[in-house]
Design a protein around this ligand. Structure first.
Ligand code: MN
Length: 250
């Protein structure tokens, strides 16, 4: 009989409520997240946003890692943010994901945050956000390549990110600079206590964070799940799944 430690780790992925093309209610998770986890050797488990606390606490005990996926903005009351007409919300996700993030970090589960997930990590630990980068960060690049007059595909690489050489992120990616996609209009303003900013866009915006001392608590502002043809992005998912597996073995 095989030891459970040898079986693939269970990776929860946060999802959102939405509709099918026939306007039927659905729990939605874009396939590239799921594919990236499967290809990295994990077993993806969808986490619906309306799961009650007893449900997500039960799930958390059994999961080996959690991927906090991209999506709508966090409600500004959660971090004292500046109102802006471009803010779009999904409060049911805030209700689940902010306490889930805190509990997952406290339990030393492997955590990977992507885009909104990066912002969830920062806000859950006490940080703040720009509520619309274009109007609040002087000299900002265009970080929302999917919007505007000439939207680019999600896979397009639109800005570089410089990564601190002694960070976990640089170690995993195997490089100190990567070209990334950019599908966000918000970003980290004040970094939460305890977090380290490890990656930066040329305009100074934080694009990567990690929690020193934790086995794997890492979040990035770009979307590597659309970029898995690039080896460094595949290594990121592999390192996450490997950390999830190791957490179960210890
Ligand atoms: Mn960006």
């Amino acid at each position: 009989m095989s030891d459970r430690r040898d079986s693939p780790p269970l990776i929860g992925i946060t999802a959102r409520h939405g509709q099918t093309s026939e306007h039927l209610p659905a729990v939605l998770l874009l396939r590239p997240y799921v594919t990236a986890i499967v290809e990295a050797g994990g077993v993806p488990i969808l986490i619906p946003p309306d799961l009650p606390e007893e449900g997500w606490r039960t799930l958390l005990e059994r999961l080996d890692g959690i991927l906090f996926s991209g999506g709508a903005d966090i409600a500004i009351e959660r971090y004292g943010g500046q109102p802006h007409p471009a803010v779009y919300l999904d409060p049911i996700r805030d209700d689940l994901e902010l306490p889930l993030m805190q509990a997952a970090l406290a339990a030393d589960k492997a955590v990977l945050g992507i885009c909104r997930g990066c912002q969830v990590m920062n806000v859950a630990l006490g940080g703040t956000l720009y509520t619309h980068i274009a109007d609040q960060l002087p000299g900002a690049l265009q970080h929302d390549q999917h919007n505007g007059d000439s939207p680019l595909p999600f896979e397009a690489l639109t800005h570089i990110v410089q990564i601190e050489s002694d960070s976990q992120l640089a170690h995993i990616l195997g490089t100190c600079s990567v070209q990334v996609n950019s599908l966000h209009h918000q970003g980290i303003k004040d970094l939460a206590p305890g977090l380290r900013a490890t990656a930066f866009a040329p305009d100074g915006l934080i694009e990567g964070i990690e929690l020193p001392g934790h086995r794997f608590a890492l979040a990035i502002q770009w979307h590597p799940e659309w970029l898995t043809e690039h080896a460094p992005m595949r290594r990121l998912f592999q390192a996450f799944v490997q950390a999830a597996r190791a957490s179960r073995a210890s």
